[in-house]
Design a protein around this ligand. Structure first.
Ligand code: SIN
Ligand code: FE2
Length: 218
């Protein structure tokens, strides 16, 4: 019998799930069994496609450093936001998406009730103390049928989950090492962001936070 992705994450008890919205959840500690493996994978991605601070169309340099893995990678420059098949710095394809990461995202989508999820893009964000991400919608994907899956590693952050307008009230959701957030359906286009990171070093990653955001972009 072939192994299903669920077999990779055996659980004797149901995961602890916090609800952020009708179709938005945080699965606490869901990535912990593969966290060390994911940290090694990020080191390998960084060696091929180093983290960099990108410029927004408005001319600001992002405080979060980013890179990508997968068939498509999200980039920004003065001309706008878009997905590309190659890293504009190296002109090489983005590094491959690690199979375990893809399997984790699939399992989370099934567990949270979204059904089959085939991510083709993974944005990797690196936050240092003081880094923040302003409120935005994930809307550069071709369609919004698939959910967004977000894996947090290292230092804790306060995630802001808002509404469908930038000015809507936000709720503060702490995200810790190993937590996996997922939002889709009617919550797919909700504004979200990350508060400036506190300097509270993590045993495995030191004074940084890594966030992996998996999408179906193309
Ligand atoms: C993102 O919205 O791209 C990242 C969210 C996070 O870092 O938790
Ligand atoms: Fe986002």
């Amino acid at each position: 019998m072939g192994m299903t992705t669920l077999d990779l994450f055996p659980r004797s008890t149901p995961p602890i799930v916090d609800r952020m919205g009708p179709c938005a959840f945080v699965l606490r500690g869901f990535a912990l069994p593969i966290a060390a493996e994911l940290v090694r994978a990020v080191t390998a991605i960084d060696a091929l496609a180093p983290f960099r601070h990108m410029e927004t169309p408005g001319g600001f340099t992002m405080s979060v450093a980013l890179t990508n893995c997968g068939d498509l990678g999200w980039t920004t420059d003065r001309r706008g936001y878009r997905y590309t098949t190659v890293d504009p710095v190296s002109n090489q394809h983005w590094p491959a998406m690690p199979a375990t990461l893809r399997a984790l995202a699939r399992t989370v989508a099934i567990t949270a009730g979204f059904g089959a999820f085939e991510p083709d893009a993974c944005l990797v964000n690196r936050y240092l103390p003081g880094s923040r991400l302003s409120l935005h919608q994930d809307k550069n994907e071709r369609d919004f049928d698939a959910p967004i899956v977000s894996v947090s590693l290292g230092m804790s952050a306060v995630f802001l989950f808002g509404g469908s307008a930038r000015s809507d009230k936000t709720t503060r959701v702490p995200l810790h090492h190993g937590d996996v957030a997922i939002w889709g359906g009617e919550d797919r286009l909700r504004y979200h962001g990350v508060m400036p990171l506190k300097d509270a070093p993590h045993p495995l990653l030191g004074a940084q936070r890594i966030n992996l955001t998996l999408r179906k972009a193309g």
